[in-house]
Design a protein around this ligand. Structure first.
Ligand code: IFM
Length: 440
């Protein structure tokens, strides 16, 4: 790689990230059904109707996987806890086996010298709660707070950091307006409610974890750089609306206690009564801010209903997801989040990486594209640090090839190749490059 550990400030943390449903194997260990199981079982939603029932079988192979994390020289392992594994119906009954699993996993990290960074929710909502309206139901904030207490009551004493919800935009907009993720709704009222309730649940869980005496709590926001498709004022307006919906709504809610006007112009009529009174909870103080960054979008105006915008295919080289590679966007977001929202809090790049068309040849996986992607984004992080932004960590998505949601198992984001027939792990060339760069 072009960079190594010594190019970053002392104490800068390198990590890798995964999520429960994408790797664990949800069929094992007494987990309850989730809305991703039923979404995937509905024709047309997921490539090949694939689901997370087996995934990478991390549930049985977690020791081998933690050895891989430690073997690459990472400092931090970012993982998530499955609500339905711990509370199969989402409320009430606790699955002791699920709690035992996360307890062992955390101890396994500590035994290997890894800092455990937990995310409470990475998208697999228990079906019993989906039946009650899921993120559309205001009660979800309380249910989520209870879940936070149960999980963190068991593992919170040994975590290095914790965050409530991975990528609120995906939980709200992608899942309720675009319909690409479970529950697959395309409804503006559902969207407004989900977007607000996800913020309320975020704040409620932060308060619950503080109540348990936990520290180093943050929020994890996915940000996508929005570029106007041309120089027209209409394109500038559309790109600003995209930015407001995607990026500013959640950051502004958590750090400033407001929602942007450009979003309220479309969503306000659909927000739940009294939403303005919830910001005391939503702005529960954070200790750090996490940014997940992958790409940018070219945005133009559209004559249709609000938000009157459309995505336009861009000219830059693309990953296997069809996402443009735009490392400058990461530097821009690090500066902007520091200046406008986090205002001095440590910032961690909690996800960055690429899907690539990787395959095994003679027992090896060459993925120079991934190493180049990581190099370019690490250069962007270094520029932000040199400009005075307090970036304190960078975590690669992902450790393993895994279940890429609506794309099934076709998109390979891992530093480690997984053969989904045999479940054999094979570190790719990028894994070995990272291990060399991180060696002390
Ligand atoms: O795989 C996802 C992950 O679940 C959340 N962040 C983006 C990744 C790549 O799409």
């Amino acid at each position: 790689m072009d960079h190594n550990r010594r190019d970053f400030p002392d104490g800068f943390l390198f990590g890798t990230a995964t999520s429960a449903y994408q790797i664990e194997g949800h069929a094992h260990g007494g987990a309850g059904p989730t809305h991703w199981d039923s979404f995937a079982a509905t024709p047309g939603n997921v490539a090949g109707a694939e689901n997370g029932a087996i995934a990478c079988d991390h549930y049985h192979r977690w020791e081998e996987d933690l050895d891989l994390v430690a073997g690459a020289g990472f400092d931090v392992y970012r993982f998530s806890t499955s609500w339905a594994r711990v509370m199969p119906e989402g409320r009430g009954r606790i699955n002791a086996e699920g709690l035992d699993f996360y307890d062992s996993l955390v101890d396994g990290m500590l035994e290997r010298g890894l800092k455990p960074a937990a995310t409470l929710y990475h998208w697999e909502l228990p079906s019993a709660l989906a039946d009650l309206g899921g993120w559309r139901n205001r009660d979800i904030a309380g249910w989520f707070g209870d879940f936070a207490e149960v999980v963190m009551g068991r593992i919170g004493d040994r975590l290095w950091s914790a965050a409530p919800i991975n990528e609120p935009w995906c939980v709200g907009w992608l899942s309720h307006f675009l319909g690409h993720h479970a529950p697959g709704l395309r409804d503006i009222r559902a969207t407004a409610r989900a977007m607000h309730h996800v913020m309320l649940a975020h704040g409620t869980a932060i308060q619950a974890m503080r109540g348990l005496g936990m520290g180093n709590l943050g929020g994890v926001f996915n940000l996508e750089y929005s570029t106007p498709v041309d120089n027209s004022p209409e394109a500038a307006g559309a790109a600003a609306r995209y930015d407001a919906i995607y990026n500013r709504f959640f950051l502004s809610g958590a750090f400033l206690g407001t929602y942007p006007e450009e979003v309220l112009s479309g969503l306000a009529p659909h927000l739940p009564d009294g939403w303005q009174d919830d910001f005391d909870v939503i702005t529960a103080p954070l200790d750090w801010c996490g940014i997940n960054y992958y790409t940018r979008k070219l945005i133009g105006p559209d004559a249709g209903p609000w938000p009157h915008l459309r995505e336009v295919e861009g000219p830059l080289p693309k990953t296997a997801m069809g996402w443009e590679i735009y490392p400058d966007g990461l530097e821009a977001f690090l500066s902007r989040v520091h200046r406008d929202y986090a205002k001095g809090l440590p910032i961690h790049v909690t996800e960055n990486g690429m899907a690539n068309r990787d395959s095994i040849k003679n027992g090896q996986v060459g993925d120079p594209e991934r190493t180049a992607y990581l190099n370019e984004h690490l250069a962007s992080v270094r520029r932000a640090i040199e400009a005075g932004v307090p970036v304190e960590g960078y975590y690669m998505w992902s450790l393993l090839d895994n279940y890429e949601w609506a794309f099934g198992y076709d998109k390979r984001f891992g530093l480690v190749h997984v053969d989904f027939d045999t479940l054999k792990r094979t570190p790719k060339a990028s894994y070995h490059a990272v291990a060399t760069a991180l060696s002390r």
